[in-house]
Design a protein around this ligand. Sequence first.
Ligand code: UD1
Length: 311
Amino acid sequence: MTKVLVTGAAGFIGSHTVDKLLAVGHEVIGVDNFRSGHRSNLAGADSNERFTLVEADVSADGVLDGLVSDTLPSAIIHLAALVSVQDSIDNPELNYQLNVLATHRVAEAARAHDVKRVVFASSAAIYGNATDMPIVEEAAKLPISPYGGAKLASEAILLSHGAAFGITVRCQRYFNVFGPRQDPASPYSGVISIFDKRYRDGKGVTIFGDGQQTRDFISVHDVARANVLAATSDGIKSGWANVCTGKATSLLEVAAIFAEHYSEAPAPILGEPRKGDIIHSRGQADLIAKELGFSAEVTVKDGLSELIRLG
Ligand code: UD1
């Protein structure tokens, strides 16, 4: 059994990561300030005696240092973040605080208290408008939002601390994650969470553009498993890897799967393309297979069926 500290534990990816860690027998300390995470996401974990939840802001001075010094985890999975790209554009200062400064706090707490492993929620946003598909890890890192910039800076902060102080650091570059508990509240929320909510409410969806655009949609269950592997596998070295399926799915395909189930729903409306939208995004999934022995198992069809069943 390993003791793992998870920041952002009540969030979408955080809560699934907590569930997976508990399911395979680990002890978990979750920390969240409930800015975007929800208490209800931890309904399953709450009844587990191997789970402790702390309400705190990990970007605040001294908070993580105190927590890590009190609990001495073997690994930290750092998922707390300002998660919305649009929020980072509207408020770059807050993006700096929650997506850069908080990472520095994690790096420093790990150094000060000899935590040997840190796993970080990076993002395909570090690649910006990549045009060569699939996107390989060596692709140019030219982020086009403060969010993407902060994720890239965080990778450098953690990897350099790792090299200097003997911490194994894994930067997980998530592509388009989807699944239960993703918040559909904003127009910039993940498209699948928006479609799921609208279909459940008996409404139709709007596809921005012709629907031929594609994304590499990966189930949150797979992402949680990749996080557990990165935090607990023996014999792995510091580095980064795409967390993706390697497969592209178009929005028309996504809408068609929903429409099959919600046969009464109005047909999708094709609207104007969204400003700044990229047409295609698909990662190469080979490196994480080699380094962590991970490959995605949940197909988009199965992942959407799960959402529809839960609806
Ligand atoms: C991601 C970010 C987005 C950011 C963009 C920058 C997420 C969830 N979104 O967008 O905030 O601006 O990177 O590259 O991380 N779509 C519809 N109808 C809807 C909602 C979305 O057709 O109601 C389309 C979008 O136009 C896009 C596709 O669905 O073509 C996927 O959108 P989204 O889930 O926001 O992901 P990204 O485009 O990858």
